[in-house]
Design a protein around this ligand. Structure first.
Ligand code: NAP
Length: 293
């Protein structure tokens, strides 16, 4: 049991809703393991209260915080500095208080790439399909494009609202020297495009609890030589991942991204190697014990 005293530093999450977030569990497990005198809490902050909340966090000299929906974009105008990748993405999920200045980062995309890397997936020259161009899809697409610019490779983005996929194609090709295509999410487009894809990433909420019977990509389109990564972490294994595994594909789970994006935030705040094993244990214990799964 950690002792809370006058020197305890506060880290927190702001968003709406935050009650079911795993961030307090993951970060407190890390603080405990490394014996860091800090605590992580979650605060429900409605849209209209964001500025007041950020002013309050500044006044209280809070050490750092995470930002979740609906504030990931609107927080940008309230910060003092924004890291270049977060600026390109146009969304922030991690803020560090550096001598009173609030600096914004985005660790979602980096967390996704780390999840692929730790599962032995190489990106060099790969053809990647991202289904979904919402917050998660955008962050992954930017982090991926930054990598593929160095290594070579291609990205195809599918989205139900095609305008978002087209916008993402435009901003990625303007920012990075990488081949990107943005398409409408349809069975025909998936059928035509997934033929030569090496890595398929679901960044939509299709298949997330409680709609666990749904999948964004038909199992017939999954090939044994594909890597299939689902960013959804509730359930731990989505229908997409179950079907991909049955087809012989390698799978990467959303919980990996969840833990690695938290680990990256921890590294930014604490400047120490995060205790990944403990962070995983805490996340998995909570997800497995959740009655709803
Ligand atoms: P978001 O910004 O609201 O985007 C939702 C995405 O899902 C959009 O692309 C949306 O398409 C698509 N979508 C929703 N319902 C659909 C349907 N019925 N058919 C086709 N497409 C549909 O949400 P987000 O923040 O990106 O989150 C997406 C998922 O990622 C959630 O399940 C979230 O829990 C998960 N996530 C996981 C992590 C992690 O660390 N593992 C991190 C962030 C998010 P439209 O644009 O057409 O609406």
């Amino acid at each position: 049991m950690r002792l809370i005293n006058g020197k305890t530093r506060l880290y927190c999450l702001i968003g709406d809703p935050v009650q079911h977030s795993l961030s307090p569990i993951i970060h407190n497990a890390a603080f405990e393991k490394l014996n860091i005198n800090a605590v992580y809490l979650a605060f429900n902050v409605s849209k209209g209260n964001l500025k007041k909340a950020v002013d309050g966090l500044r006044s209280l000299n809070v050490a750092g915080f995470n930002v979740t929906m609906p504030h990931k974009v609107s927080i940008l105008s309230l910060l003092d500095r924004i890291d270049s990748l977060a600026e390109k993405i146009g969304a922030v999920n991690t803020v560090k208080n550096v001598d009173g200045k609030l600096v914004g980062y985005n660790t979602d995309g980096i967390g996704a790439l780390e999840a692929l890397k730790r599962n032995g997936v190489k990106l060099k020259g790969k053809k990647v399909a991202i289904v979904g161009a919402g917050g998660a899809g955008k962050a992954i697409a930017f982090a991926l494009a930054q990598q593929l610019e160095k290594f070579g490779g291609e990205i195809t983005i599918f989205n139900r609202t095609v305008e978002k996929a087209v916008w993402l194609e435009k901003s990625l090709t303007e920012t990075f020297d990488v081949k990107v295509k943005g398409l409408k999410l349809s069975d025909l487009n998936l059928k035509n495009e997934l033929k030569n894809v090496d890595i398929l990433i679901n960044a939509t909420s299709v298949g997330m609890y409680p709609s666990t019977g749904k999948t964004p990509v038909s199992k017939n389109l999954i090939k044994p030589n594909m890597v299939v990564f689902d960013v959804i972490y509730e359930p731990l294994k989505t229908r997409l991942l179950t079907e991909a595994e049955k087809r012989g594909a390698k799978i990467v789970r959303g919980v990996d991204m969840l833990v690695y994006q938290a680990a990256k935030a921890f590294e930014i705040w604490i400047k120490k190697k995060p205790p990944i094993k403990e962070m995983f244990k805490a996340a998995l214990r909570t997800l497995k014990s959740s009655k709803e799964l």
